[in-house]
Design a protein. Sequence first.
Length: 427
Amino acid sequence: MKRMTIAVIVLLLIAGGWWLFRAETRQPVSPSASKVDGATLKDPALIAKGHYLAIVGDCASCHTAQGGERYAGGRVLPTPFGSIPSPNITPDHGTGLGEWSFEDFWQALHSGKGRHGEFLYPVFSYTSFTKVTREDALAIFAYLQSLAPVRAPAQAPELEFPYSVRTSLKAWRALYFREGEFQRDASKSDAWNRGAYLVQGLGHCNECHAARDSLGGQQGSASLAGGQIPAQNWYAPDLSMQANGGLAGWSEQDIVDLLKTGQSTRGTAFGPMAEVVAESTQHMHEDDLRAIATYLQSLPPRPAAVVATSELDTRAILAQGAKVYAQRCADCHGKDGNGVAGIYPPLNGNSSVNEPTGINATRVVVLGGFAPVTEGNPRPYSMPPFAQQLSDADVAAVVSYIRRSWSNKASIVMERDVVKYRHTPID
């Protein structure tokens, strides 16, 4: 019944999108109409600025296939509706951005429309990038145009019907997309405004750290409140540093350390965040990292989490988990769950341990935990996978024990959940 309801909603969206699409046609801007001359795009200072901003936006991660040329596209991005390969954004004239003007690029970044006015799939995070200023967009475009062109033809998306009907995005955009640049808050400090701009816009943090509904739109109005990353089976935790937030108890330095080195006294980056640190945040300027921390400190307190009760007698599960923990985990993470500073992350009070679903802890136990290699932490300790050593019941027991021990008060994990995540790829 639920699937039927979703299908009806989607079909209505398609019908509405088709009608709205007919009502609006937009002529693409030709390269000759560009208001930016070639000399501007060759300005070394502008290119250098764009290089840094492209790193902040983590553009290379999505637009580089494994083993492929940087920025030449081809990385297949999974979604609940099918797979979408990223495009080539080098300045190749046949397959990349060689024929694009800055106005074309601005339209894509700010409005989520391609060079010919077609709607772009929101796997490209224009819902956040719309906040990027025109000046910063110009710098990024200048940098991309300075790259060596790579011939890499686009691959077609593999989307299921009816999601393959691109015109239906008109209705999706009406529901979930609001175009507009970032607006400074005069009542806040320069650091807060810089942090808000980076987090909300170019850093596109809300694209992962927010819950999504069945149509892929962000649920509710709580910014950065945490959510399961669609099709990847990782949970991006709540980023509030206030009471009941995912980062409650973290200091500004903890945030800076994690983003700079992949590790802090409060936790370690792993899963998709490890790649973000390796490719993006470790290269950011110190003042930008502190600005991000300043902004995260201002996020509001969250309601106290309500732990789901279970009719099961959990005593046997937790007793088995304690036994597994003593045998497999305590030597590194300590009997008190506090780990070893700078080496083994704490499990006590860890936001990834306490997130609502238990996905992160389960996947790390089964598949291992691999911190990013960074300049500040060039030889990080990794956690080995226990997929071969522990049964599904043992994994469920030890994860439940960790989530219910010390100061942790999260829900238990069921054996059926372990079965589901055991066979999920790492990325």
